[in-house]
Structure formats: C-alpha cells, structure tokens
Design a protein around this ligand. Structure first.
Ligand SMILES: NC(=O)C1=CN([C@@H]2O[C@H](COP(=O)(O)OP(=O)(O)OC[C@H]3O[C@@H](n4cnc5c(N)ncnc54)[C@H](O)[C@@H]3O)[C@@H](O)[C@H]2O)C=CC1
Ligand SMILES: O=C(CO)COP(=O)(O)O
Length: 341
C-alpha cells in the first residue's frame, strides 16, 4: 500500500500544465497527497480524460486518484494555485516551454517548476535561461529532474528526483510538496549541471539504442555510457555546472536509466535507427516526444561554439540530420585517435 504522508504532512494545491505522459504521471503521484489540477493544451483530450478518469492517449492504464481533477481551463489552473504554499508545474516539452511561459507572463503565479529536459532547438538555451528570458527573476523557479519513467511513477514505484533552483525557498517548497510516499526529492543549487545532464543523456540514449540495435554488445554499451558521461561533464562544466552534479541522479543516474531502459523513447529512437527506419516513421510510431532528437543538433552547435569536443553527440546528430548511417557513426567513433582517459 502506498504511504500517503509527505514531508510536512499537509495537503497543498498543485497545478500541472501539460498533460503528456510525464505531467500526467506527476499529477497522479502528487494527487495521493495533494489537491491537483491537470491542464493540457488539447481541450478535446482534457474532456476525454475527465470522463474516462485516465489519460488514454499518453499514459494508458493508470486511473486517476480522487485527488486529481482536470482543469476546466487555463485560468482555473492558475486560480487553483493562487494561495501561498501552492506549486505550479510546467510539464510540457522544451519546444512548448517558451509559449507556455508567455501565457504565464504578467499573471499572478506563486512559482514555476519545469520538468522538461533539453536545450531549446532554435536558441540553444537551457530551460532556466528561457524562463529568465520570458519571466525575468521575479518568479521563483526550478528544474525537477532525475531518473524517472512516467509509467513507474504513475504506478507508485520508488523514484528519486532532484530539485535545482537558485532559490532556497523554492527548493524547500518543492521538497515539502513532492517528497513523500515513494518519491524522494534531493536539492541542488546547480541549475546548469542538472539541466545539462537531463538534456544530453537523451542524445546518449539514442546512441546506446542504436548500438544495442546493431548488436554491438554490452561492452560497447558500457563504453558509450561511460564516455557519454565524460562528454556530458565536459559540456556541463564549460557552461558553469559543477563536476559532482554529473555523478548524481540527474547526471549518471538518468543517463543509466535512459540508455538501458526500454521504456525510454530516446533509446527506442536509436533502436529504430538501427533497423534502418526513417526518423519521421520512428517519431510517428513513438507518438511521444523524443527530446534527444532536436537536442542533438542544438548541442552539436552549442558545443562547437564553446569549443567542447562531443564526438558521440556529433555522431548522433550526423545520423539524425545529415543522413549518416548508424554503422558509419560507430566506425567514426572507433577510428578516433587514442587518448588518455
Ligand atoms: N515521460 C517521462 O518518463 C519523462 C519525461 N520528461 C520530460 O518531460 C517533458 C514532457 O515529456 P512527456 O510528457 O513524457 O511527453 P509526451 O510526448 O508524453 O507528451 C507531450 C505533451 O506535450 C504536448 N506538446 C507536444 N509538443 C508540444 C509543443 N511544441 N508545445 C506545447 N506542448 C506540446 C503534447 O500535447 C502532450 O500533452 C519532456 O521534456 C521529457 O523529456 C522528464 C522525465 C520523465
Ligand atoms: O527522462 C526520462 C527518464 O528520466 C524519460 O526518458 P525518455 O524521454 O527517453 O523516455
């Protein structure tokens, strides 16, 4: 039976903006302890969810607990979190973050915690930089990240996350509300490190899925994950992240999960590439976002600008965007000059 206590033991009001797999799973998990409203951009899908008490489109098989209600509209979702002590969660993909924040601009919101993992495709910005660009510094914000497949969280299985924020008050608020039951929440002030880990692991999961799909073996998988972590760390440190963050939940933890777990959409993109499927077919069959796809290109460009060597990311972007064959990606990586580890 699920433990329904939380850190403070007090039921709070939470609104989740974004009704894909992850927003729905987080809403379900929190609704065992809090009053949760879930809003999404697709009105017809919301109506269907309210009737079925389940998100059959993005997270089938996980009925809503009584504490989870569907927001009648966007204003209702914001009004729900008007009182102090509430929490507003943005659960859209990176591509939807800027438009969602623009809808929030000028509105009375207590805070904003985002769940997306990636760099913005057009600008190469991290989510916290997008938040600052749109909302400024007035609204306390943070990234909630870590190894967390939606289906497992919706089932109530144990999961550990990290809230990264410059604001100690916001970190404490998120721990107060989210930590409890089978969810553990750790805190960090390293927004850059946490966001870079969450973004680049998706690219590495595509590479690992492709290697596994090509039958390259477990040795190759371990090498990709380990050298991938080195790649993530190099970029993250160059952008101002702290080395130890990449050894934690949002770095190594999420990298291992996503590279090895078949629930990962990014890993499944790699498996599809190895089968010779075109990217558009893979994405259509997936029916969900695979953030590593746009992120590979954004990271390739950013890494080139800041002078960081990212061979695995470059190889993935080459396959996804330049028509390189996955086998050629492997050959190119293996033919690199030997170097010190
Ligand atoms: N599914 C998971 O297990 C986890 C996902 N995440 C991250 O959470 C974010 C959302 O992922 P999911 O909910 O799983 O994706 P999903 O593909 O299941 O759902 C995406 C949702 O966002 C909406 N959407 C799609 N493109 C959009 C756009 N351009 N603008 C606004 N809305 C858009 C869709 O209508 C849908 O409601 C991603 O950044 C993902 O990396 C993080 C941790 C776990
Ligand atoms: O971020 C995730 C798990 O932590 C989900 O990964 P995928 O988007 O690859 O499914």
């Amino acid at each position: 039976m699920q433990d329904t206590s939380n850190a403070a033991g007090t039921a709070r009001k939470v609104s989740v903006l974004g009704a894909g797999a992850w927003g729905t799973a987080v809403a379900i998990a929190l609704a065992h302890r809090h009053e949760v409203l879930l809003w999404g951009r697709d009105a017809a899908a919301l109506q269907q969810m309210a009737a079925a008490r389940e998100n059959t489109g993005y997270l089938p098989g996980h009925p809503f607990p009584p504490g989870l209600q569907i927001a009648a509209d966007f204003d209702a979702a914001l009004a729900h979190v008007a009182e102090p002590g509430s929490l507003l969660i943005a659960a859209c993909p990176v591509a939807g973050l800027r438009p969602l924040l623009q809808q929030l601009k000028g509105r009375a919101i207590p805070n904003v915690v985002w769940l997306c993992k990636g760099f913005e495709y057009e600008t190469g910005l991290l989510p916290h930089q997008i938040v600052r660009a749109v909302l400024g510094d007035a609204v306390p914000g943070g990234a909630l990240s870590g190894p967390s497949f939606a289906q497992e969280v919706a089932k109530g299985l144990p999961c550990a996350l990290t809230i990264a924020s410059d604001s100690a008050e916001l970190r404490a608020r998120v721990v107060d509300i989210v930590h409890g039951g089978n969810l553990r929440v750790y805190s960090s002030d390293d927004l850059v490190g946490v966001e870079v880990g969450g973004a680049v692991k998706n690219v590495l999961a595509i590479a690992t899925g492709a290697a596994d799909g090509l039958g390259l073996g477990l040795n190759a998988r371990a090498a990709l994950i380990t050298r991938g972590l080195a790649e993530i760390t190099r970029l993250g440190v160059a952008l101002g992240g702290q080395t130890e963050t990449f050894m934690g939940l949002t770095g190594m933890g999420d990298l291992i999960l996503t590279c090895t777990g078949d629930l990962s959409r990014n890993r499944r993109v790699g498996l599809g590439l190895a089968q010779g499927k075109p990217l558009d077919v893979i994405v259509q069959e997936l029916g969900h976002v695979a953030e590593g796809v746009p992120c590979s290109k954004a990271v390739r460009e950013l890494a080139a600008r800041v002078g960081v060597d990212m061979p695995i990311t470059n190889a993935v972007a080459g396959v996804l965007f330049d028509g390189d064959q996955p086998q050629a990606m492997v050959a190119r990586l293996l033919s690199r000059d030997p170097r010190d580890e």
